[in-house]
Design a protein around this ligand. Structure first.
Ligand code: ARG
Length: 286
């Protein structure tokens, strides 16, 4: 790492000042996932980033998925997965494991890391306080997989008002049955950002952002007006895994979130660079 002198350190802080002022008391929802969740060094960097955000007055909310941990526990208990059109069917037994891993292991691990680095965090899932109410996805029968119908934002506001970072595992409750439903973490983050009237939704991924040419990492689209999304889809520029991510971003923006960002979680401190520099690291959709 390049050493910088103390004046340069001061310059870095001064450069961040307008953004700190701009984002103070604003809500930023971060979907944490991918490589940044597996690699220990990246994990530590993300934790530092969200603590710093919260320290400078950003109302920071973290939403996470399960990473590869769900798959590995399913395998170690010998649970056979059934796939429908490439998507996992979540039966009751699978849902129990999803809940154990997401709300137990992964969620508490993130909270513990934040607390150990001097931050304050509270780990919850959508069941706690009725935070996330959902219904089963109707088009395809994937079992206990849901889409969010309502977000109890009062709980999140209460935590944030006490300077805590809510760390949310994307499991929701089905009102009618009381069943737990598995929710895609990107869509959960988008719904939560929309309900909170957030300033930003930030999706951490394992790609640079939206690229003009997927084979050319220099072709990153840094700023993407949301009106251009349909034509980029039609032209095939946005395809595969990027499609649902951009749908989440569009949803959030249409619901009043000011900006959505898709950033590369493989880069250390991607969150801080995106938020507190002019250029950022990823794709900013507005
Ligand atoms: N830091 C500024 C913000 O968060 C600008 C980020 C620009 N990022 C980009 N990918 N063009 O609003």
């Amino acid at each position: 790492m390049k050493e910088i002198n103390n004046n340069e350190r001061a310059d870095v802080l001064v450069h961040a000042l307008p953004y700190i002022q701009q984002f103070q008391r604003k809500t930023i929802v971060v979907k944490y996932g991918g490589n940044a969740m597996i690699n220990e060094e990246l994990k530590a960097a993300v934790i530092q980033d969200v603590i710093l955000m919260s320290c400078v007055g950003v109302r920071t909310v973290m939403v996470h998925g399960g990473g590869p941990e769900i798959e590995s526990l399913l395998r170690s208990v010998g649970k056979e997965s059934r796939f429908i059109d490439g998507l996992r069917y979540t039966d009751e037994e699978t849902m129990e494991i999803v809940q154990m891993v997401l709300c137990g292991k992964v969620n508490k691990n993130i909270v513990s890391l934040i607390e150990r680095q001097g931050g304050k965090a509270m780990g919850i899932c959508g069941i706690d306080g009725g935070l996330l109410k959902a219904k089963r996805i109707s088009e395809t029968d994937l079992g206990l997989v849901g889409e969010i119908e309502s977000v109890n934002t009062a709980i999140l506001d209460a935590l944030i008002d006490r300077d805590m970072i809510p760390v949310i595992a994307s499991v929701a409750v089905e009102e009618a049955s009381g069943c737990s439903l598995n929710i895609n973490a990107d869509t959960a983050a988008a719904r939560i950002a929309a309900s909170l009237g957030a300033e930003k939704l930030i999706l951490m991924t394992d790609v640079h952002g939206v690229l003009h040419d997927v084979y050319d990492s220099d072709s990153l689209i840094r700023v993407l007006p949301k009106e251009q999304i349909p034509s980029l889809k039609a032209a095939g520029v946005i395809s595969k895994g990027m499609l649902p991510k951009l749908d989440c971003c569009s949803f959030a923006l249409n619901a009043g979130v000011r900006r959505a960002h898709i950033i590369d979680g493989r880069l250390p401190h991607a969150l801080l660079v995106e938020l507190f520099t002019d250029e950022g690291v990823g794709t900013m959709i507005e």
